[in-house]
Design a protein around this ligand. Structure first.
Ligand code: AMP
Length: 419
């Protein structure tokens, strides 16, 4: 497998820290609202990555955090007149429901920020001990000047890398909060520096250090997270004991866009997964999202989705009779997937596999991509077929023929295999 890393800006062979085991961390959602199909794009990509790696025999520990303490959660809970935890639990459930609806089910473990407060406090304490963080009357901050490799991931000039948070007590505008002092209602915890809550970046490194250690294989997320989020994660984790690199493969998905702009809640140009699945089947949505390479931007349009639906239907129409393995088609599929997860190329080979009747490959690859490439035969029908075959094998042709007659009467085509 070869993967492109944002850190080195090159495509490199995947060598993992532990043989045959891949540690994959992907930034999870901030659970304050329903997820949209932009989120779906990112999570479908990493779902396919984990499933493909597993299909090659690797054990994949796929960890995802859930950001359940955040300004947006505090504000939305206030608006709705419910507690922060009620709001966060509600949208966490909705998120998981949406993921399930799209067949996104490769995550090994979901870790909530609020259930890792001791780990977060412990990590902040070690950063203070290292002298890379400082305490002010407003909170604990990471001093970015102590970290030499700062800016390597985003390649941004120092002057442009200013933290969004303007806070007079910071020594340097680039510094970012590890712990925010204050009373924030339900989600406020005691800490050695006073009551408060964690900053956004520290939850991910506290969680990933707990389950993976300070170094692991792949870190993923959308393009928008490179700066400041992932840049901050590297500074935090690598400052603990100087282990470098924290992660070898930084994978970033391109945006799902609407009229050239990122689909996002704040721009109001989003379609929730829930609404999208009312019009489009989950298979079609996944097919549409995977028709573009994960690093390219992808325009969300009705025509694009309709085209995906048509192409998928075409594959199902031509994939009829089982004609055995198509070795070249299979090789092409694997090569495409191994080439930085080139799903558009992989889907092109699916078309070939369908035309050549490699039903086995279509089933197997369908599981990796989470798309059913075969016409659905309903369960009762296939049970009937099986019973008929069994009867014929036992030479009870009369009953078998009777079932066949009834099936044909009901408009079902029945093909008999040679005995
Ligand atoms: P958020 O809940 O906003 O933190 O987003 C969760 C994940 O979805 C992050 O990895 C984002 O980068 C990703 N994401 C959000 N919007 C889009 C989009 N329009 N296209 C692709 N990925 C997105």
């Amino acid at each position: 497998m070869h993967l492109y890393s944002t850190l080195t800006k090159t495509t490199e062979p995947l060598t993992t820290l532990h043989p045959d085991r891949v540690y994959l961390f992907v930034c999870g959602p901030t659970v304050y609202d329903y997820s949209h199909i932009g989120h779906a794009r990112t999570y479908v990509v990493f779902d396919v990555l984990a499933k493909f790696l597993r299909s090659t025999g690797k054990e994949v520990f796929y960890l995802q955090n859930i950001t359940d303490v955040d300004d947006k959660i505090i504000n939305r809970a206030k608006e709705e007149g419910i507690s922060q935890s009620e709001l966060a639990r509600k949208f966490e459930r909705e998120y998981l429901r949406d993921m399930q609806a799209l067949g996104i089910n490769a995550v090994s473990y979901y870790a909530r920020a609020t259930t890792h407060i001791p780990e977060i406090i412990d990590q902040i304490g070690r950063l203070l001990d290292r002298g890379v963080a400082y305490v002010t009357e407003a909170g604990v901050y990471f001093n970015v000047d102590t970290f030499e490799r700062n800016g390597e991931l985003s390649g941004q000039e120092r002057a442009k890398r200013v933290s969004r948070v303007t806070d007079e007590s910071k020594h340097n505008p680039n510094d970012f909060a590890l712990w925010k002092l204050g009373e924030y209602g339900e989600y406020t915890w005691d800490s050695p520096w006073g009551r408060g809550r964690p900053g956004w970046h520290i939850e991910d490194t506290a969680i990933s250090e707990k389950y993976f250690g300070q170094q692991y294989d792949i870190h993923g997320g959308g393009l928008d997270l490179i700066f400041p989020h992932h840049e901050a994660e590297i500074a935090q984790m690598e400052s603990l004991e100087g282990k470098h690199p924290m992660v070898r493969y930084w994978m970033h998905t391109g945006f799902l866009t609407v009229n050239g702009e990122k689909m996002s809640k704040s721009l109001g140009n989003f379609i929730t997964i829930r609404d999208a699945t009312k019009t489009w089947k989950p298979d079609v949505l996944r097919y549409f999202l995977l028709l573009s390479h994960y690093r390219s931007p992808l325009q969300a349009t009705d025509e694009g989705l309709a085209n995906a639906a048509k192409r998928l239907e075409h594959i199902r129409a031509i994939a009829q009779e089982d004609m055995g393995p198509d070795i070249f088609g299979r090789k092409a599929f694997t090569e495409a997937m191994e080439n930085d997860l080139n799903t558009p190329m992989a889907l092109a080979t699916i078309q070939r596999l369908a035309a050549n009747g490699d039903i086995g490959a279509l089933k197997e690859y369908g599981k990796i991509l989470g798309i059913n490439f075969l016409r659905e035969t309903s369960a009762p029908l296939s049970v009937l077929q099986e019973i008929r075959e069994e009867l014929r094998a036992r030479k009870q042709f009369e009953v078998a023929d009777l079932i066949r007659e009834k099936m044909v009467e009901a408009g079902i085509t029945v093909k008999d295999r040679a005995l």
